[in-house]
Design a protein around this ligand. Sequence first.
Ligand SMILES: *[C@@H]1O[C@H](CO)[C@@H](O)[C@H](O)[C@H]1NC(C)=O
Ligand SMILES: *[C@@H]1O[C@H](CO)[C@@H](O)[C@H](O)[C@H]1NC(C)=O
Ligand SMILES: [Zn+2]
Length: 307
Amino acid sequence: MVVSKAVIAREPTHPLAVNWSLEDVDVHAPGDGEVLVEMRASGICHTDILLTSVSLLIRFFFFFLTFIFNVALAKSELGAGIVRDVGKNVHAVAVGDPVLLSFHSCSSCEQCKDCHPAYCDEFGQENYVGRKRSMSLRKNGEIIWTRFFGQSSFAQYSIVSEASVVNAKELLHHDHELELFAPLGCGFQTGMGAIQNIAAAGIAETVMIIGMGAVGMGALMTAKIRNCKAIIAVDRIKDRLELAKTLGASHILNTSDPSFTTLNEATRNLSAGGVSVVIDTTGVPTLIEQGIQSTTARVGPRDLGMH
Ligand SMILES: *[C@@H]1O[C@H](CO)[C@@H](O)[C@H](O)[C@H]1NC(C)=O
Ligand SMILES: *[C@@H]1O[C@H](CO)[C@@H](O)[C@H](O)[C@H]1NC(C)=O
Ligand SMILES: [Zn+2]
């Protein structure tokens, strides 16, 4: 057992406001197929805030956090750390290995066997509810829910399943590089998967990406790698737009510029044919609506899921 500090998210006392506190917890020994990870990098994702600011049936909700990404902005997406202990039947990692963390999948359902773990039958239960076994509050022994998004990485130590870890031993030269790799666990793979697997965008495509956080930047870099004809990056924060340009955006749209009206008008000015792929990472209804209005007639909406 190790003692750790952890952020505990309790049921909100005010509507739509998080109720988090930093507390001491006991982290128990890893069980069958589980790994104890000492976190080195973590960050906050919109999903953390969203899911902990609404009332949940579960009372204690211990949440995950993510990485430290580009420039000044905040933290987003997923943990990375060092393996400190392994339970029985763990084969992918050994004590001392650096690991990146992602969501949990069962490895045995049809979707998992077909190499689509993001569509695992148990995804919702395992990642948005988690498990109640490996951690308890130091002050009163109360067992709390853990493994949020497979990891509950906003803690010094956490128990995760083997399915959630990627062994980064061969990738890293220094431990501090974990901070750079951490966003691969959620933001980057979400953005990359949207462009590569869902939209399958290629050289004929004009891509518009709304919101240049980790998901948007992942989508942007993938569109660049796939040589998309034009890439329009949309945001309202100067640093993000500037970074987007250096990462390959052919156009930027600054929604905080006073001359900005709507996405459809702005994209008509940029690309006579409209855009053929729109990736929204903001969840802002007006932008989603304008994004759809900006698309060419041939394109239908596709559900990329919510992030
Ligand atoms: C976006 O517009 C705002 C408001 O006009 C301006 O302060 C900012 O410099 C612009 N950012 C970029 C990258 O053009
Ligand atoms: C589009 O172009 C017109 C004509 O140049 C200009 O008046 C308008 O401000 C532009 N709209 C946007 C949103 O950039
Ligand atoms: Zn599965």
